[in-house]
Write a protein that binds this ligand. Structure first.
Ligand code: CTP
Ligand code: MG
Length: 235
């Protein structure tokens, strides 16, 4: 059975959030934001290791308590200037440890609201696909293009359009080749597409949104609070 290595890119600056420190460490439901993604992934038995990719200049990791995840979580201070560079650096570190057909699952530290059930479902759906796949949402809104004047210049039909989320999971070998070919890719899927892979689309969830702006925080807080309440009633 191929192993699954989970990477959690957490080396960004969170510039759109406009806070004094990176958003992945902002308090959310009583924990630093990235705690939630790490906790969810660590709880999935099929995942061998969960690797947080941190900036080499990170001064926050050591200030928090990660002891809830004995053995399964690793901190890698090898983030790069872009998300693609952060993931590529982690893949280089996995050389020799990951076989070419092992899986690399990548999930944003900034998507704290993913639930374990959705991760399990995603892993089931990707199954033994030769390439891999990603969570994504079919577009609900009508799309407009503007040439910068705050005037609509074009309507783009939404048929067949999806918004990519994470997790995205690919075989180690194709992901590594993809990121070498297209380092500017803004997600792993784009890198894999650049070397001819056709990633599988798996339906995601609106709750799995990327926390980006200050007003996203109360929404994430609400989703996480409801999850905890649901878990308490079902246990
Ligand atoms: N990320 C990373 N290395 C980078 C840039 C981003 O590991 N050089 C991570 C972020 O920490 C985040 C995820 O990639 O978990 C998605 O990126 P994004 O939401 O854009 O986060 P930031 O780049 O930190 O935010 P912003 O673009 O607002 O600065
Ligand atoms: Mg960014």
């Amino acid at each position: 059975m191929p192993k699954i290595f989970a990477l959690v890119p957490a080396a960004g600056q969170g510039t759109r959030m406009g806070e004094a420190f990176p958003k992945q460490y902002l308090p959310l439901a009583g924990r630093p934001m990235m705690f939630h993604s790490l906790e969810t992934l660590a709880a999935v038995d099929r995942i061998t290791a969960v690797i947080a990719i941190l900036s080499p200049m990170d001064r926050h990791w050591g200030a928090h308590d990660w002891s809830a995840f004995p053995d399964k979580i690793e901190a890698l201070f090898a983030g790069g200037a872009t998300r693609g560079a952060s993931v590529a650096n982690a893949l280089a570190m996995l050389e020799g440890r990951a076989a070419p057909t092992d899986w690399v699952l990548v999930h944003d530290a900034a998507r704290p609201c993913i639930g374990r059930e959705l991760v399990e479902q995603f892993l089931d759906e990707v199954g033994d696909d030769p390439v891999g796949g990603l969570l994504a949402m079919p577009l609900a809104d009508t799309l407009k293009r503007s040439e910068g004047l705050l005037r609509v210049s074009e309507t783009i039909p939404r048929e067949g359009l999806w918004r990519a989320q994470t997790p995205q999971m690919f075989r180690y070998d194709i992901l590594r080749r993809g990121l070498a070919r297209k380092p500017e890719a803004t997600d792993e899927s784009q890198a894999v597409e650049s070397v001819g892979g056709m990633p599988k689309l798996v339906q995601g969830a609106n709750a799995n949104f990327k926390v980006t702006f200050t007003d996203d925080l109360p929404i994430a807080e609400m989703i996480l609070a409801r999850r905890v309440a649901d878990e308490e009633t079902s246990s």
